[in-house]
Design a protein around this ligand. Structure first.
Ligand code: NAD
Length: 491
């Protein structure tokens, strides 16, 4: 984990970011010193950021609690304008922020630019939602009383985010929380804190009052967040990450009956029927599988393809994946960056080896790339047998396992045969079948003849063990509002 000199523009991008905790509007040191941020393309340390203790996190919650009253009373238009100015500033600095993201997370620059734009759009969307928080007034059906409802901010929130989309997973929570009038403590993933720190700085420059957003970076996530979750002043926990950690957090939240939103793991099926436009299906598969190098909760995890077209689909997908250029994401023309760390790469290798040992055939890839960094080949496995771990576990890497099916009922049963229920992709040109299968899929989202569902104007979220709650769309701000009903006597 040595440090080596970076090219000047890379060093500048890193130097521009505050590396300390943000508490009550002040950048302060962490009680536990610092934690290293690594470049996954080289394994070298990029920089160090503050490592918070539970006492630091408590101070962050103190600041959020102190700021809550004034912030809830701040006019919605003002809250919206801060978000809008932040959207503008991020858009103006997109290249620099994309470089920062690529350095800490590894994805190619073009993908980081895509995430900067996607992430910033949540701020624009919620800047528009801030002024549309409404209530209703109605007459009691029996006459007499009147019914008034108002929607108020839930209060101080803890927002915990993963490393795979270092900015967007933050703005999907921070945007609606700010719009709704909530204050917050944000705990970004330890692997990728820099994008979030940069966002916090920009929000401050855009006029966000001190204490509304507090950032706690730490190497001890559980130790630091558990006391906050147990603190009765905290009113909401929103988490994006693995199902395993999500379950533990829901269980901790049960004690105080904390409101929770859980955006958890996925295991998306990608179904291709015989009547599908195969060109479109292969293009869609590329996006659904390879966006973010497969390290996305929405990544197509397994391909269920109608038997008559399965071989052709597998070969065409393999041909496309073979063309991808692997390398450090900062280099021009790179299509596929490294995985986030060696643990993640080990898991991908293990799942591929398991499928191959059971009889799957490797059409392309199938191994780690030697050298520094955590690279893994873009891989297509054909004829993946039932029972392979790849079909039931989240791969989180550039591996496409293809299995075939004979009937529509079999396709639906295979697609639903998982504890997860985030998203499914479906390719068919038969409208009746499209609607029939869409209704039968046990997921929160469906990509119908489309390999990408993420959209700030849409409700993103899952069912089953992919969690609950929605991010984006009008639903996204509702997660940060409580409804108060007032019974009015007019007699
Ligand atoms: P993770 O669950 O290991 O970590 C996520 C966050 O939780 C990090 O900030 C981490 O520090 C923190 N954390 C870990 N253990 C904790 C604990 N005991 N208490 C409190 N915080 C804790 O997940 P990851 O590896 O960073 O991210 C990958 C996972 O996230 C995948 O399963 C992926 O599907 C999921 N994900 C889901 C969505 C969605 O919207 N549904 C989006 C992106 C990623």
């Amino acid at each position: 984990m040595s440090s080596t000199a970076l090219p000047q523009h890379e060093q500048q991008a890193i130097d521009s970011v505050p590396k300390r905790l943000l508490i009550g509007g002040r950048w302060v040191d962490g009680e536990r010193g610092t934690l290293a941020v690594e470049d996954p393309a080289t394994g070298n340390t990029l920089t160090e950021v503050a490592d918070a203790s539970p006492a630091d996190a408590r101070k962050a919650l103190d600041a959020a609690v102190a700021a809550q009253g004034d912030w809830a009373r701040t006019p919605p238009r003002e809250r919206g304008e801060i978000l809008r100015r932040t959207f503008d500033a991020i858009s103006a600095r997109a290249d620099e922020l994309a470089l920062l993201m690529t350095l800490e997370m590894g994805k190619p620059l073009a993908e980081s630019r895509g995430e900067i734009s996607y992430g910033a759009e949540f701020l624009r969307w919620f800047s528009e939602e801030a002024v549309r928080i409404d209530g209703r007034y109605s007459v009691n059906p029996a006459g007499g009383n009147r019914l008034l409802t108002m929607r108020q901010p839930v209060g101080p929130c803890l927002l915990i985010t993963p490393w795979n989309f270092p900015l967007a997973m933050g703005t999907r929570k921070i945007g609606p929380a700010i719009a709704a009038g909530c204050t917050m403590v944000v705990k970004p993933a330890e692997q990728t804190p820099l994008s979030m720190l940069a966002l916090a700085q920009i929000l401050g420059e855009a006029g966000l009052p001190d204490g509304v957003l507090n950032i706690v970076t730490t190497s001890t996530a559980r130790e630091v967040s558990a006391p906050l979750i147990a603190d009765s002043r905290l009113r909401k926990l929103s988490f994006t990450g693995s199902t395993e950690v999500g379950k533990a957090l829901v269980s901790q939240s049960a004690e105080g009956l904390l409101r929770t939103s859980m955006e958890l793991g996925g295991n998306a099926p990608f179904i291709v029927f015989e009547d599908a436009d195969l060109d479109a299906a292969v293009e869609g598969a590329l996006v659904a599988k390879m966006r973010n190098g497969g390290e996305a909760c929405t990544a197509a995890n397994r391909f269920h393809v109608a038997k008559p077209v399965a071989a052709e689909f597998s070969e065409r997908l393999a041909a496309r994946l073979k063309e991808l250029r692997i390398g450090r994401g900062t280099e021009p023309d790179v299509d596929l960056g490294p995985l986030i760390d060696n643990i993640q790469r080990g898991k991908v290798s293990e799942l591929v080896e398991d499928a191959v040992a059971r009889g799957a055939s490797t059409l392309t890839g199938g191994s780690s790339v030697p050298g520094p960094g955590y690279f893994y080949d873009a891989t297509v496995l054909a004829d993946v047998p039932t029972g392979s771990r790849l079909l039931s576990e989240e791969v989180f890497g550039p591996v496409a396992p293809v299995a075939s099916f004979e009937t529509e009922a079999e396709a639906i049963a295979s697609a639903n045969d998982t504890q997860y229920g985030l998203v499914a992709y479906l390719y068919t040109s038969d409208l009746k079948r499209a609607l029939r299968v869409t209704e039968a899929l046990e997921t929160g989202m469906v990509g119908l003849n489309q390999g990408l569902v993420s959209n700030p104007a849409a409700p993103f979220g899952g069912v089953k063990q992919s969690g609950f709650g929605r991010e984006g769309g009008p639903e996204g701000i509702a997660e940060y509002l409580s409804t108060k009903y007032v019974a009015i006597n007019v007699d």
